[in-house]
Ligand binder design. Structure first.
Ligand code: NAD
Length: 275
């Protein structure tokens, strides 16, 4: 089947890399025009070129999702530049305060230490700013993106689909990253709460909780043999997932095939959650 998003316009935060980028390309293949937003402008331009190479219209906007004004401008730009707004994927995120695949180099040493010497990573041993940064991007940012998209969708009156990228970490705690787990659990509850509020407007709000996926975000971890094995041991299928496997889930949730889904979370996770 193809053309599942014919005539639709999608906004994708974190669209320059990994899961967001895979969504941008798959949505374009299925007929959507795409507004890509990110803080990494070079990679954003590459994503736009990839969408255009697939024959669709695309527009890039520098959006730090922690900014309310930037999110509002993004939702408006979808309408101004591409004519409408039907789908919003909130994929922008960070794994740690020290990691941001956008403009700053990850502090790989710090990330490794967090897992190899867990006491370094304990919440009791870290500055509170590290907690705040992750919550700000992963939870507050998603809320601001959802709110801006919902406002625009309500004004346009055509319904819509909002898809939030949570994580298995939203249900499964991990030593060394309580703020990540809390942010993703928050995204899951935000998704359910907004689903209720927006249902009368035919705006569906769903989440995806991926397992361990091969993206730049996990590169440092995957390069560490011991950590890699630990993650694969938790994944019955015995491999990492690909960003395209998350994009196909997002495509389903964005499409008419999911027309009666709202307030749900889907877990493409290689069998991580089997209970
Ligand atoms: N990779 C995994 O294993 C995995 C698993 C579960 C959930 N996730 C989630 O999926 C989403 C996408 O992650 P990914 O794996 O594709 O990582 P990625 O690092 O490849 O992509 C994340 C993108 O978000 C952007 N970003 C970061 N902070 C931002 C900000 N303040 N404003 C706008 N953009 C910002 C980055 O520049 C980057 O392009 C994240 O929310 C992540 O938490 C990833």
């Amino acid at each position: 089947m193809s053309g599942r998003l014919d005539g639709k316009v999608a906004v994708i935060t974190g669209g320059a890399s990994g899961i967001g980028r895979a969504c941008a390309e798959l949505f374009a293949r299925e007929g959507a025009d795409v507004l890509v937003s990110d803080i990494h402008d070079e990679k954003g331009a590459e994503a736009v070129a990839a969408v255009e190479a697939l024959g669709r219209r695309a527009h890039y906007l520098h959006v730090d999702t922690t900014s309310e004004a930037a999110n509002e401008a993004m939702a408006q730009a979808a309408v101004d530049e591409l004519g409408r707004l039907d789908i919003c994927v909130a994929a922008a995120g960070v794994s740690h305060a020290s990691y941001d695949s956008g403009n700053t180099a990850p502090d790989e040493e710090l990330i490794r230490r967090r897992y190899q010497q867990p006491e370094d990573g304990m919440l009791t041993n870290r500055p509170v700013e590290m907690w705040e940064k992750v919550i700000d991007v992963n939870l507050n940012g998603v809320m601001l993106t959802n709110r801006a998209a919902a406002r625009q969708m309500m004004a346009l009156g055509n319904g819509g689909a909002i898809i939030n990228i949570s994580s298995i970490a939203g249900k499964h705690p991990a030593v060394g990253s309580p703020e990540y787990c809390v942010s993703k659990a928050g995204v899951w509850m935000l998704t359910k709460s907004l689903a209720l509020e927006l249902a009368p407007y035919q705006i569906r709000v769903n989440a995806i909780g991926p397992g361990f996926i091969e993206t730049p975000m996990t590169a440092v971890f995957r390069a560490d043999e011991e950590l890699s094995q630990r993650w694969l041991a938790m994944t019955p299928m015995g491999r990492f997932g690909y960003p395209e496997e998350i994009a196909t889930t997002a495509l389903f949730l964005a499409s008419e095939e999911a027309s009666f889904y709202s307030g749900q979370i889907l877990h493409p996770d290689g069998g991580f959650f089997t209970e």
